[in-house]
Ligand binder design. Sequence first.
Ligand code: F6P
Length: 281
Amino acid sequence: MDDGIAAVLDTVATTAPEIRDGLSGRRSYGDTENPSGERQLAADEYADGMLETRLLALDSVASYASEERESVIASDAGGDYHIACDPLDGSSNLKSNNTMGTIVGVYDEPLPAGGRSLVASAFVLFGPITTMVTAHEDTVTEYVIEDGDRRVVTEDLTIPDDPVVYGFGGRVPDWPDEFADYAADIEQELKLRYGGAMIGDVNQVLTYGGVFAYPALESAPDGKLRLLFEGNPIAYIVETAGGRSSDGSRSLLDVPAEEIHQRVPVHLGNAALVDRLEAAL
Ligand code: F6P
């Protein structure tokens, strides 16, 4: 692996336990909103600040963008890679003490950039244990982060062939009819698993097989999730693991990136289930 990419992934792994340790005292909302208009928790700003400082300190990192700040921060020193980070995906789960975590996309083009410019991506999941899933050079690897170490637990992770679970976001009356019809079929076949943090729900799909969606809504045709920070990095992992991603008609990795905080409908999982979704929409 290129040393610059390895340094980014190592930094995310070594910062994760410190982020986790800092969560318990930062469960309350402040007075600020992120650029997408969502209220920020003290924990969002804490994780963002820590990742910004550590990642921008690396020689290989040219810039840092995050869901929690308006614009891209450039490194004074230059570097080859551009980081798009969701410091705490699903952070509203902190209040109810449910799963959430960190997502990082490593792009080799200045941001905003499309998903084909990703060279690696990763997520850290703060569940009963802390795990990290990385995708790079056609391989997805799952690690456990414990006692200051990152230990491989699944080499060459692939989505199981026989799907078991599904999780769909948004209120049912707000779903377009075509998506509601698709969901009605899927409900007859798979078990519902929806936890309100995309990476937790996607990790269930990676573990058991299935499909996750935060679709286009009648009230929000671009859905809720952000392309650069959430859609692309997770699509890169799911596609590398043998699955598919879609905005409804094409891979998320092919969606043109026009602005840093742009939203996109997200559908991910076993290829056959995403093919069916595209046929239904
Ligand atoms: O983008 C933040 C996020 O928390 C995702 O991780 C998650 O999939 C989604 O929002 C949950 O939204 P809702 O509260 O509408 O189910």
